[in-house]
Design a protein around this ligand. Structure first.
Ligand code: NAP
Length: 334
């Protein structure tokens, strides 16, 4: 049995391409005491992985050239020399883009696929759901009747942000990049207003129309020109959780924009960057609340699932092409 893996072949400049990744195979090592052999079922592809492909200091280590792309994955224990895990257990870990992984007991944790489908532990009940939950509630602090704008609104984080804001009684305006997404946000998620930034000539004018009372919370997933337009329409004491800046991840030059200080001063507004890891000691609390809302039917989730191990690099690039609604995942076996 061979383990197929995807390694970082070279650091990309601009959009990653066929030179960025390489498929390789290695023998699977035999287990020593305390280890388990995992067969990967689902692989998560996430925008932050683009940041790890360059050699720069960040909140996570850069990927090393020649090594497997790490990231959230779900798998099944198919052999165990551990007293903690049995054959058949489903587990989550950071073993990334490979078909098999020999893990130590502390590297993975069990998930319960009877409680919720395995894939949801990488999405709504996992990293992206928790990002939406803590970023919105701890920094955005939406109140009933306030206007919340979310960019990247139909994605894994954005679609959950909008729904949580609605649960809090806020008015939600979503910005996304296709008519299919606009329809999804309006019809499936009941967003109050939506803006297709790819077809409108004037995002500012659309914002004035859809946010007649201004913007109280802007949940920023994308940065760039969309965020410049929203920041100009902040209300006094507005809050801006800065979650992501995907519009700049593949740029080859520094993304200069309007200066924001005078807006923040005039509006006494708060703009705060965050990473979900800041709330690691509260993940259990976040996951149980998200799970409860799911059970009560107050929250719903969407996944875009590609199939086949070989589709992983293209699935990753789809994030930057906007080819996903909700959480983008790859189901490794057809
Ligand atoms: P996602 O929204 O499911 O997928 C990415 C989406 O970004 C695409 O579908 C696309 O939607 C949009 N996009 C791509 N290029 C764009 C551009 N140039 N301008 C505007 N929108 C663009 O991804 P996600 O996992 O939920 O992540 C969303 C953001 O949150 C990312 O910036 C990510 O880095 C960040 N994030 C941060 C944390 C944290 O801890 N701070 C954790 C998770 C994610 P359209 O069709 O609408 O363009």
């Amino acid at each position: 049995m061979k383990n197929k893996q995807i390694i970082l072949a070279e650091r990309p400049t601009g959009m990653p391409d066929e030179h960025t990744f390489k498929f390789v195979e290695e023998d699977i090592l035999s287990l020593t005491d305390g280890q388990v052999l995992i067969q990967t079922h689902y692989v998560s592809v996430d925008p932050y992985m683009r940041g790890r492909m360059i050699d720069a200091e960040s909140y996570v280590e850069p990927f090393k050239v020649g090594e497997v792309i790490e990231g959230g994955s779900i798998g099944e224990v198919i052999e165990s020399k551990s007293s903690v895990f049995e054959k058949g257990d489903m587990v989550i870990g950071g073993f990334g883009w490979q078909q098999y992984y020999v893990a130590g007991e502390k590297e993975v944790r069990k998930i319960d696929p009877k409680l919720a489908p395995a894939s949801t532990y990488l999405g709504i009940l996992g990293m992206t759901g928790l990002t939406a939950y803590f970023g919105l509630l701890e920094i955005g602090k939406p109140k009933a009747g306030e206007t919340i704008v979310v960019s990247g609104a139909a994605g894994a984080v954005g679609s959950v942000v909008g729904q949580i804001a609605k649960i809090q009684g806020a008015r939600v305006v979503g910005i996304a990049g296709s008519e299919e997404k606009i329809k999804f946000l309006k019809e499936e998620l009941d967003f109050d207003e939506v803006i297709n930034y790819k077809t409108t000539d004037d995002i500012s004018a659309e914002l004035r129309k859809t946010c007649p009372d201004g913007v109280d919370v802007y949940f920023d997933n994308v940065g760039g020109a969309i965020s410049d337009a929203v920041l100009n329409q902040l209300n006094r004491l507005a809050r801006v959780p800065v979650c992501g800046a995907i519009s700049s991840y593949n740029l080859t030059e520094i993304d200069y924009g309007p200066r924001v200080q005078s807006i923040l001063i005039k509006k006494s507004a708060l703009m705060q960057g965050f990473t979900v890891g800041n709330y690691a000691n509260r993940f259990q609390e976040g996951a149980s609340q998200l799970g409860q809302w799911l059970q009560e039917g107050k929250l719903t989730y969407q996944e875009t699932i590609k199939t086949g191990f070989d589709t992983i690099p293209e699935a990753f690039l789809d994030l930057f092409r906007g080819n996903n609604i909700g959480k983008l995942l790859v189901k490794v076996n057809q």
